[in-house]
Design a protein around this ligand. Structure first.
Ligand SMILES: Nc1ncnc2c1ncn2[C@@H]1O[C@H](COP(=O)(O)OP(=O)(O)O)[C@@H](O)[C@H]1O
Ligand SMILES: [Mg+2]
Length: 464
């Protein structure tokens, strides 16, 4: 997988792209506004001049020839070096031209006979490498009854052009500088913004296997990172818990092995301390056999759990009727329950899909526990029912309540509520752990609860 780009680089890049876009748009708009402003200014000047020409024209009788008009206009326009004026008579004859500047045809046609002064648009053109802006308008001559002439006025706007060119140059330079500065600022802020992440890294580096108790204080990191800190802490909680269970497990294991091995050693030493009869030896061997069986049972249970941990337990896929299994288990435990004076009651029915032998083992563990913990004369109830697409099974027996802190730990390996009690019938505390791995291997859940003097183990499995 390609490694994602650095966050600092990314933020800097996005920041630069955004500020570049903003600066470019800003620069473009400013350029346009200045240009429009200049054009507006030109137009106003031109309109003033057009009015001047109109007034002069109205005062001059053209019939008296072109000369008086020229003289009148020349004197009116004196001192306006950049201004060009041309007057065209109604017959298309040029009545007056302030210079030999060529006015374009479009200018003439841009004005209708009655075009109002406010409607006048300016037109720009180029002639001899110089740029002009001009307007045209009809202008009544001083001769009554004569069609109006057309007055054209133009300004040389080369000055504006060079101003705009210079203005644009400085604008682009400023924008380029702005882009560089914002990229730098973006980089600095991205680095500063990520400082809490680096601090978090320092904190996490302090955490190691023997310092799993350390946590990241979520209130000491910015809001965006606090979820991460919380998730990280949760992960540490789980790790710490598994770690603790693992180390408990090894010490429990040593503990569990020590007792039978100790018993075996002691019995053997006692037997060897003097000469015995064959019957006495046989008795010692029988007693040893019991311990060996216990050890064999424990090791095979542990092997099963190790396999389950690694997902190695084989899972046949057949429809298993839970009520049928429970009935068979009741038959199996018949003698034991009778001996203990405990009634076995089954209510309901239901099927699941899975491995018959394993499910029987799981349910058998629950029943064996229940029978062992039920007082004489009481009854164990197994209830099977359905809720949605799950089949639920509940084993309930009246008995001594289990304190709340023990309930979630009952399914831990070697966990027993009362560690001192270790009578013959008791297992090594692996039964519920095995039940749980079997149920989970079948995609189900198991939980223990305790209420009103009853201990309850509940299983939910996908219905078959
Ligand atoms: N039905 C029950 N009523 C009361 N306590 C129970 C019941 N089932 C299990 N327990 C408690 O849970 C512990 C763990 O059970 P389990 O894993 O089967 O181990 P074991 O049966 O070998 O002691 C038991 O030691 C007992 O303290
Ligand atoms: Mg048990």
């Amino acid at each position: 997988m390609k490694r994602p780009r650095s966050i600092t680089l990314r933020l800097t890049l996005y920041f630069s792209i955004a500020s570049t876009a903003v600066l470019l748009v800003g620069g473009f708009v400013i350029g346009r506004l200045v240009e429009a402003h200049l054009a507006e200014q030109d137009l106003r000047t031109l309109q003033g001049k057009l009015e001047l020409v109109r007034a002069t024209l109205a005062d001059t009788r053209t019939q008296r020839g072109v000369a008086p008009l020229s003289a009148a206009l020349d004197s009116a326009l004196i001192g306006h070096h950049d201004l060009f004026v041309q007057v065209i008579g109604p017959d298309g004859r040029i009545l007056y031209a302030s210079s030999d500047l060529l006015f374009p045809e479009v200018l003439r046609s841009s004005t209708g006979p009655g075009a109002a002064a406010t409607e006048i648009r300016s037109i720009t053109w180029e002639s001899d490498d110089r740029r002009y802006r001009g307007i045209a308008g009809s202008a009544a001559t001083g001769n009554a009854g004569e069609a109006p002439a057309i007055a054209e006025v133009a300004l040389n706007i080369d000055f504006h052009r060079s101003f705009m060119a210079e203005f644009r140059n400085s604008l682009w330079l400023a924008i380029a500088a702005g882009i560089v500065i914002s990229a730098l600022l973006g980089w600095v802020s991205a680095r500063r913004g990520l400082a809490p992440a680096r601090r978090m890294l320092k904190l996490t580096q302090r955490i190691s296997a023997n310092r799993l108790g350390e946590r990241l204080p979520p209130e000491s990191v910015p809001a965006e990172l606090s979820d991460l800190a919380v998730a990280f802490n949760d992960m540490l909680d789980r790790l710490e818990d598994s770690f603790r269970r693992l180390s408990d497990f090894s010490s429990d294991l040593a503990h569990e092995l020590r007792t039978p091995v100790g018993n075996l050693m002691m019995q053997t030493q006692v037997a060897l301390s003097k000469a015995r009869t064959a019957d006495e030896y046989r008795e010692v061997l029988y007693s040893n056999l019991e311990e060996y069986e216990r050890l064999a049972h424990m090791t095979s249970d542990m092997l099963f759990l190790a396999k389950a941990d690694n997902g190695l337990i084989q899972n046949a896929d057949e429809t298993v009727s839970l009520d049928e299994e429970i009935r068979q288990l009741f038959a199996f435990y018949d003698a034991l329950s009778e001996e203990r004076g405990v009634d076995l009651v089954l209510i309901g029915e239901g099927c699941v899909r899975g491995d018959r032998a394993m499910l029987r083992r799981a349910l058998g563990n629950l029943l064996a526990n229940a029978i062992r913990h039920t007082a004489h004369g009481k009854a164990i109830t197994v209830r099977i029912g359905r809720s949605g697409n799950r089949t639920e099974l509940r084993v309930e027996n009246p008995g001594e309540p289990i304190a709340g802190e023990h309930l979630p730990r009952l399914f831990d390996r070697f966990y027993r509520v009362d560690p001192s009690r270790r009578s013959k019938g008791d297992g090594a505390g692996l039964g519920l752990a095995i039940t749980k791995s079997i149920i989970e291997a079948h995609g189900g859940e198991i939980g223990a609860s305790c209420a009103e003097g009853s201990v309850r183990f509940e299983i939910a499995l996908p219905a078959g």
